[in-house]
Design a protein around this ligand. Structure first.
Ligand code: SF4
Length: 403
């Protein structure tokens, strides 16, 4: 474990790829960042589930990280654990249930953890840097201890999207768009006002290039932890190959001379392909153009068909959402050894092949094993719905990960 002695320490765990490695590493992180003594507190976990793209695409928080954090908290005696997230306004607007698609709801049922959609709770107003106010889910303020579980990824507008940017999920619905009116100072304002007690960044399979939704999955294998979201982002940015001044919100936040001296020495070890700004999207994504998209009368032309496809092709949009749900009925295991090897690494439920098959009653249907299976050891029967588009878009990158 590498320790960076900043004004609030940040640690980096490397070469973490399998469930067992994640489990061990999470336990070490909780030893280093002590939790409150009172075991009856309400702990809120805030993963990144802004979109319906699973963790292997590099977009959302890995279910294995979430499971290991919950298990470790329970092992240490904490009883009230909540998993809470509010997906992005585009996918929320068209009514796709991201927490269901990413299997967060099923996970909550199995682990007996309450799931909260932050887009649908009571709210509190906070004032941003530009004096506008936004609605933040009250749940964040009601929790005694908040653990932020962001993903390590690039972002066309912000450069990176890690701990601070993950707080956008606490804003409700279209309030997320308000941040964009004065983007960088507003991100700083959000990070200053939302109290996060601990950040654990999932950098196991990250996203590089045209992130946060249309980039390339990258095998990185790190977990980064710290109490301060700006310092955690700063360490991640350096490891990814950015200078602090390149990330505008970090530059605006500013760090002490002592912290900058430590940050200066951090080497670019992961060499991310940086997100390129698209001039067309910089203009068309201004709120003046985006807001009408959310008028119900325009739903038919923006939700599917030629216009969203065209906007995706010219890179103004990063996502085209498919409404068809998945209905998978059965696994067929063609190579038990290879399938068990994959499950050992990737299965959040730690399943194994039993009597020639995966025990479907305990399976989350997260499809991590299927996405990663480049040796075709698993066959799945049923309707793939929106998943087929994800396989077509990201499958080739995921197969190259070779876990
Ligand atoms: S068996 Fe596959 S689909 Fe089921 S929980 Fe494990 S990784 Fe996910």
């Amino acid at each position: 474990m590498e320790l960076y002695n900043l004004s609030k320490k940040v640690v980096v765990e490397r070469n973490i790829f399998s469930f067992k490695e994640i489990e061990k590493s999470i336990s070490k992180i909780f030893d280093l960042f002590p939790l409150p003594e009172n075991k009856n507190i309400r702990i809120l976990l805030k993963p990144n589930c802004n979109n319906d793209l699973n963790a292997l695409t590099g977009n959302s928080t890995d279910l294995r990280v979430i499971v290991c954090v919950i298990n470790e908290l329970k092992k240490r005696g904490y009883k009230e654990i909540i998993l809470a997230e509010g997906c992005n306004c585009g996918i929320n607007h068209i009514g796709i249930d991201v927490l269901e698609r990413l299997r967060i709801k099923s996970l909550g049922e199995i682990l007996n953890v309450k799931i909260i959609d932050l887009n649908k709770t009571t709210y509190r107003k906070i004032t941003l840097a530009d004096d506008k106010f936004v609605k933040i889910s009250e749940e964040i303020f009601k929790a005694d201890f908040v653990i932020n579980l962001p993903k390590l990824k690039t972002h066309v507008e912000a450069g990176i999207s890690i701990a601070t940017k993950n707080l956008m999920g606490c804003l409700q619905g279209l309030e997320k768009r308000r941040i964009h009116d004065n983007f960088f100072p507003n991100i700083v304002s959000l990070g200053n006002q939302i109290r996060i007690n601990l950040n654990i960044v999932d950098g196991i399979i990250a996203m590089e290039g045209n992130g946060p939704g249309d980039g390339i999955a990258k095998k990185v294998g790190c977990l980064v932890a710290g109490n301060d979201c700006f310092l955690v982002d700063a360490v991640c940015a350096k490891l990814m190959g950015y200078e602090i001044n390149e990330i505008k919100y970090l530059k605006i936040k500013g760090f002490s001379r002592e912290d900058l001296d430590v940050l200066d020495k951090i080497q670019n070890t992961y060499n991310f392909i940086k997100a390129k700004k698209n001039l067309m999207s910089s203009v068309l994504l201004k709120n003046i153009f985006v807001r009408p998209r959310y008028w119900r009368a325009f739903d038919p032309i923006f939700s599917s068909g030629f216009i969203p496809d065209f906007l995706y092709k010219i890179k103004v949009r990063q996502d085209v959402y498919i409404k068809d749900e998945v209905n998978l009925d059965a696994f067929e295991i063609l190579d038990v050894n290879e399938c068990n090897r994959l499950l050992d690494i990737i299965c959040p439920m730690e399943l194994k092949v039993e009597n020639g098959n995966i025990p479907i009653d305990k399976c989350l249907k997260c499809m991590y094993c299927y996405f990663l299976d480049n040796k075709k050891s698993i066959k799945i029967k049923g309707e793939f719905g929106y998943l087929q588009q994800h396989i077509d878009r990201f499958g080739k990158f995921i197969h190259k990960l070779k876990l």
